[in-house]
Structure formats: C-alpha cells, structure tokens
Design a protein. Structure first.
Length: 604
C-alpha cells in the first residue's frame, strides 16, 4: 500500500496542523500526490506555505490570469530560471520594436521545462481559482506528481472552485487542508505595530470584542483583521484620553467598528444596504430578529444582535465613510462620541434612551425611568422635538404591548395636545428649511431610529406630521422678525455676509434656506444701495456666488420672484440716471441673476 493510501483526508486544519503536515509531506521521497490548501481570502495560506518551505528551495508559480498550457509552462520556466526568463522577455520586447533585425524569440517548450524538474523539486501553485485554464493546470500537476514525482502544493482561495473540482481532484490531490487561522494570536501581532501606547492598550483590552465580531460574521481573513485594527486605531486617534479610559464606551465602540469593518470588507453587506434604515429594522430588532430570505440588511442584523439600531455610538454614516472611503472626520466622530449614553451624566440621559434598551436593563431601573418619563411629560419638561417623538413612540409601543391601559388613540391625543401647548408657550423650536431632512425624510432623530411597529405606525405618523406642521407655523410666524435680523446682518457686516455665502462661515443666516425671499426686495435695495463701494462690493460678490449653482441646495427655485423684483428695481434706478454710480449699482445683478429673471415661470 502506498503512502498516499495511508493518509486520511482531514478537514478543518488549523495553521499549526498545516505546518506539521508540510513537514511530513516534504520528507516523503516520492509521494505521487499533490496537496490542496484551501481557506478564505486573506487567511494567510500563501504566507504559511511559503514560510514553511523557505528552506526547501521551492518553486512558486502564480496561476493568476494564465489562460493556456503554454503560459503555465512559461510561468514554471520563469520560476526555474528567473534571470533567464527575464532576459527572454526583454529580448522579445526588443524584437517587437526591431522585428526586422532580430529573429522570432519564443519561450522554452514543455519538454525543456519538464526535463529540468525532478522528484526533488517542490512546486507551489497559487491562485488556482484565478486560472483561466484550470483543466490545463490540473493536467500539468498530474504529470508533475505521477511522472516526474515532484512534490506539489496547490493553493486555492475560493471555496467554489474547490467544490467544482470535487470529481477531478481525487485523482490529483491526496490531501485537502482547510486553513483556519488563530485570529487572536495574529491580532496581538498587529497591535504591536501601534505606536501610541494608550491606543494600543485600549485595542488590546478589547481583543475579545474584535474576535467575537469576526466569529459572528464567519470571517477569518488576516488581511481584513489587519485593516480593522488600523481603522480602529485611526478612529481612537480622533478621541480624547478620557474616552479611552471609559471601558463600557470603548467596548461598544471597538465591537461596532469591528462588526462593520469585517462585514463590509468581506462583502456581506454593502453601502446601499446600510442606507436602507427603516422602521422595519427596529421592529425586527425588538421582535425575533429573523432575516428575510435574500435580505443582506436583515441577515446582518440577525448575525449581530448586539448592534442595536438605537444605540450605536458613531452611526452607520460615519462607519461607511471610514471603511469604504477611508475618511475619518475627527470633529464629527468626537461629537457623536460625546453624546454617547456611556459618557453622559445618568441624570441627564433622556428617559427614552434607557427604555429603548429595556431588554438589557434591570426591571427596577426601567420602572423608575418610566415613572420619570411620565413626570417629565406632566411637567412639560421635554422640549426637544426628537426627544418628544422618541418618548411617544415608546409609549405607543407600551400600549400595543399591553403594558399600559391607555389606548393608542388616547396616547396620540395626549401627544398632539402636548406639542400644541409647548408651541403656545414658546418652548418648541421652529422648523426651518434646513431641518427638513431630519424630520420629513428620515425615520430617526438624535441619531436614533424611531421605535415604530406596524400596529401603531399610523398613530406615530400623525404625531410626527403634527409636530412638523406646528413647527413650520412657528417658523412662518417669525418671518418678519427674521427678515429684519438678516437685513441688519447684511448691511452691518457685508464682509461676514460674503464669507457666510462663499465659505459657509459666520452662520448668522442659514444659507440653505430661502432667506432673501423672506424680505421685500425693495427693503433690501434701499438698505444696500447707499453703502460705500467696498461694502456694496462684498454684497454684490455674495449674490453672484449664491446664484452660480453647483451647491447641494437650490436657492433659485424659492428666490426667483425676489430676484425678478430686485432686477426691476435696479433697472428702474438705472433708467433714471446714467452715471458711474448707477453703473456700479447695476453690477449687483450678475449674469446668472439676469438669466434667472427672464426664465418663464413654469405652469405645470
């Protein structure tokens, strides 16, 4: 019986077992079979194989992109004679240039390659799954092990290609080894490269959090682990020392970053899936957490149940920018971290934040916080629109769950009355155009998704629409006062106004709102035309830049009427007198403003 027949077929080998088996294999004189090493991309297969064989004078051949037998044999020849192969390739390139003076040069034939290999050679073929001529590669491997008696190690990264070889591989491969690295040991090695001792200690202390995230995602890639450690290091570099000393905060932050890093990098979830945050995600998280078939978002939530959609420290937008784009906005990261409930004074934490995580909160604590919420509502102490909506979302949840005797209709009625009274008392913030994206187009506020289930989503939607309407009315009622303040700012601080429009500095006016249309064009013109030339010039440049276009907002659609009125006033002034002064004043109407003023109004 041959050595080949005596070897059992093992699966699930660890890296240390791969080393031991390679020790055994290279000491067999003529094994007459090849080894197939498989494992996830980036798990260290190639590194471990080459490291183990580095003293054995092995030949390394990458099959990546090779499309026929000749190319594979040429690659083997290059491994045998790298210097000679390089010379031949250069001569071929010269021959292409000076084809009339040099003869046709070709690489050695298969017979030459095979004649230079013996049973003492060890050949490592990498990237089998990327080879475009798998059958040709298997044919050569078969010749090497059966006829020339070489030792051959084949590395495949893709499990799919390994499965496709199931029928043919038994004739070529006598041993299949699946490499699963010990992430913990490698994690410590990666952390050793971190220079900042505080950050290194912070990440090492959360070793278990990172490994748990990778285990949940079933990711064993060392490359992804290295990227993850580096990303976490960059994130922690944005924070102050006191944040690194808060263990609960650090535990959650490192775990969240590891979860998103490994899931995004392995392709389990993509950017577009993370943008699909909806009320269904919260409902799913609070119920059974089971994913729908073919739903990457749902599958992600089911795998990582400890990632609550309501209590993420940084939020998915920051995660996506950091992991997908490599962009770490230190100011935004610090701002998000600062509002974490781990760092806040417990007495100042909004009640709904604690109640949203009732599943992980002691019952006595939840009961006390709920009583506190009722007291705050009775005293009209909750005034932030986001806090109001979250609070009533939870009360609706309690009603549909049978925890409170109040009906959904009663809670809805109380919420509407609460909002109306706050507005009447001047305690509710008006809703300006720049706030619309938060409360009109999203299902969240204050960085948290609203707790809305199917049973009461209509009740909650009516509450949400009511608070929007009330806040819009407050904004509209303050228009005259707001216009006076804006005009005062423009005329008293023209340079600051230009800076505001041009660079979004000196935010005394909201440049994304139609602030100019809130004031009468006549009042504006009378106030600015008598300014000195320098101040007038600042305003002229500000208007020209505002209507140049290319911004994330559109001032034209809401200010076209104001532009047309201003153009009429300026033209009227110029028609009365022809002078250098009127010529200068007329320059306040830019080319873009002039074009806007003559565009016909839409009738559809």
């Amino acid at each position: 019986m041959s050595d080949h027949a005596l070897i059992p077929i093992f699966q699930g080998f660890l890296v240390s077992t791969l080393d031991k088996y390679l020790d055994y294999y290279i000491n067999i004189k003529k094994p007459e079979y090849a080894i197939l090493v498989r494992g996830e991309w980036g798990c260290g297969k190639t590194y471990r194989v080459c490291k183990k064989l580095e003293t054995s004078n092995y030949l390394y051949v990458s099959l990546n992109g090779l499309s026929n037998l000749e190319e594979i044999e040429r690659a083997i020849f290059s491994a045998l004679h790298p210097t000679a192969a390089d010379v031949l390739e250069k001569l071929k390139s010269y021959g292409a240039i000076f084809h009339r003076s040099l003869p046709q040069i070709s690489v050695p034939t298969s017979s030459i390659v095979r004649s230079q290999l013996t049973y003492e050679n060890i050949v490592v073929f990498d990237d089998l799954e990327r080879c475009k001529a798998v059958d040709a590669a298997l044919g050569i491997i078969s010749v090497l092990v059966e006829q020339i008696k070489c030792k051959v190690v084949v590395i495949a990264h893709d499990e799919k290609i390994v499965d496709e070889l199931s029928e043919r591989k038994e004739k070529v491969f006598g041993q299949t080894i699946t490499v699963t690295p010990e992430l913990g040991d490698v994690f410590d090695h990666f952390c050793c490269a971190i220079e900042d001792e505080n950050i290194k200690a912070a990440i090492l202390s959360n070793r278990g959090q990172v490994i748990s995230a990778f285990d949940e995602a079933k990711v064993h890639s060392l490359r992804i682990l290295r990227h993850t450690v580096r990303d976490i290091e960059r994130c922690l570099n944005c924070l102050e020392k006191e944040y690194l000393e808060n263990a609960p905060f650090l535990n959650q932050l490192v775990y969240e970053f590891a979860v998103y890093s490994c899931s995004i990098r392995v392709g389990a979830i993509r950017r577009e899936h993370l943008d699909q945050t909806t009320e269904e995600r919260v409902a799913q998280h609070l119920t059974d957490g089971k994913a729908k078939g073919g739903d990457p978002r749902g599958e992600f939530d089911s795998r990582h149940r400890d990632i609550s959609p309501d209590f993420q420290i940084l939020g998915e937008d920051i995660m996506v920018e950091a992991i997908c784009d490599g962009s770490f906005n230190s100011d935004l990261i610090l701002a998000r971290a600062a509002r974490s409930h781990h760092l806040a004074d417990k007495e100042k934490i909004a009640c709904w934040r604690t109640l949203y995580s009732y599943q992980d909160t002691p019952d006595a604590t939840s009961s006390a916080v709920l009583e506190k919420l009722f007291t705050q509502i009775d005293r009209r102490e909750i005034t932030d629109p986001g806090d109001i909506l979250h609070s009533y979302a939870f009360l609706l949840f309690l009603s549909t769950s049978g925890v409170t005797e109040k009906s959904l209709a009663e809670i809805e009625s109380e919420a509407i009355a609460y909002i109306t009274e706050l507005a009447a008392e001047g305690q509710l913030k008006p809703l300006g155009p720049s706030d619309y994206e938060t409360y009109l187009e999203r299902d969240s506020a204050l960085g948290q998704v609203f707790l809305t289930l199917e049973d009461y989503k209509d009740n909650f939607e009516r509450i949400r629409k009511h608070i929007i309407k009330v806040r819009e009315d407050l904004y509209a009622s303050d228009r005259e006062n707001r216009a006076k303040k804006t005009l005062k700012f423009i005329t008293e601080e023209p340079w600051a106004f230009y800076q505001c429009v041009r660079y979004s500095r000196h935010r005394k006016v909201n440049i994304e709102a139609p602030f100019l249309s809130e004031m009468r064009a006549e009042c504006f013109w009378e106030a600015v035309k008598n300014l000195d030339a320098i101040d007038f010039g600042h305003i002229r440049r500000a208007l020209a830049y505002r209507y140049r276009g290319g911004f994330g907002y559109d001032p034209v659609s809401s200010e076209k009427g104001w532009i047309m009125e201003l153009c009429a006033l300026v033209d009227g002034e110029a028609s009365k007198e022809r002078s250098i002064r009127t010529l200068r004043l007329s320059s306040i109407i830019s080319k873009e403003m002039r074009e806007i003023s003559v565009i016909p109004e839409r009738t559809d």
